[in-house]
Design a protein around this ligand. Structure first.
Ligand code: PMV
Length: 315
């Protein structure tokens, strides 16, 4: 017996950084993300004899072979165990997964991976136990236990997550176009679980919850009123806030490398010169995410053809 499911990634403009409850991945502050429908993880589950689950890459014709680090594989299998315990099922599976986007390109794949594994195991375990399919809310809450940011991947086009509640949001800006400037292909040296812990030691952490709340309020108002410049300004302030926490922790780390700063300066200059531009954000990695309105595709194309910011890989 086999099951298959997919789930998208998401990029937060108001960041989830810091937990109020580490055991259940409850966030210290609310976050707001845009769902990246085109960047997906696929997961399949196959029933096997015995009690021990195992992970394998999912072969997808035409894609590069997919791999997971030992620790990522363990975390993934632990989430499958959590799902099985929730449904009271003890049988074993081989779980296969792959992403349709390259590794090390600055995309947090944990959001799409955990959301896809949750969906696929819900399908399998409902069929095997005869239980009813849990609601989307319940599935998002289960997924959150594996990876916090994955709970937002169940909602689109935008997702708002506060405490135990996630909901979809929509704004008049329409379908956004997403690009990543891939400035480093290296694996992250500080995991996001570790980042959530380290930032608590920053002197800037005091007041962080309030700053995130303020940024969220301003961003929602800007998006509701189609005030793109105010939305971009708020997203800019917000990711710099998270990166300042990283750099001022007692064990500091940084993703704002000289190359990243150079690209950020160019983006800032573009905004200053033209009064317009993409929304810019950075996740926990040395790569820059850009979101464009539907009428800005010319600008996005110019960037891909190296006519705008200079040479870098664009995804
Ligand atoms: O879901 P986690 O624990 O991998 O946290 C990810 C947090 C950030 O990606 C850095 C920000 C966010 O809100 O997605």
């Amino acid at each position: 017996m086999q099951w298959f499911a997919q789930a998208p990634s998401n990029i937060a403009l108001i960041k989830y950084m810091g937990k109020s409850d580490e055991a259940h991945n409850l966030p210290a502050n609310p976050s707001l993300s845009w769902t990246l429908k085109h960047l997906v993880t696929s997961v399949s589950l196959e029933k096997i004899p015995g009690r021990k689950d195992r992970w394998e890459p999912l072969e997808t014709p035409g894609s590069a072979p997919f791999s997971l680090s030992k620790s990522a594989e363990t975390r993934f299998l632990e989430h499958l165990s959590r799902m099985k315990a929730y449904f009271g099922h003890e049988g074993a599976f081989v779980v296969r997964s792959s992403n349709n986007f390259p590794k090390g390109c600055g995309l947090a794949s944990s959001a799409s991976s955990f959301a896809a594994l949750t969906r696929c195991s819900v399908e399998a375990l409902c069929e095997l136990t005869g239980r009813e399919t849990p609601s989307v809310e319940e599935q998002a809450a289960l997924s959150r236990e594996g990876s916090g940011s994955s709970c937002r991947s169940f909602y689109s086009p935008w997702a708002l997550w506060r405490d135990e509640t996630v909901c979809a949001m929509d704004f008049p800006c329409g379908e956004l176009f997403h690009q990543v400037l891939v400035l480093s292909h290296e694996e992250k040296s500080v995991s996001s679980s570790e980042a959530h812990r380290r930032i608590l030691t920053s002197p800037l952490y005091a007041g962080r919850t309030q700053r995130a709340e303020d940024n969220l309020k301003t961003l929602i108002a800007a998006l509701e009123h189609n005030d793109w410049a105010a939305a971009a300004q708020t997203a800019w302030r917000e990711f710099h806030d998270m990166h300042s926490l990283f750099e001022t922790a007692s064990e500091p780390f940084t993703y704002r490398t000289p190359e990243v700063r150079n690209f950020l300066n160019q983006l800032e200059m573009h905004w200053q010169d033209t009064g317009d531009g993409p929304i810019v954000t950075m996740d926990a990695g040395p790569n820059i995410h850009l979101l464009y309105r539907p009428d800005q595709t010319g600008l996005a194309r110019a960037l891909m053809q190296d006519k705008w910011l200079g040479n870098c890989d664009v995804l």
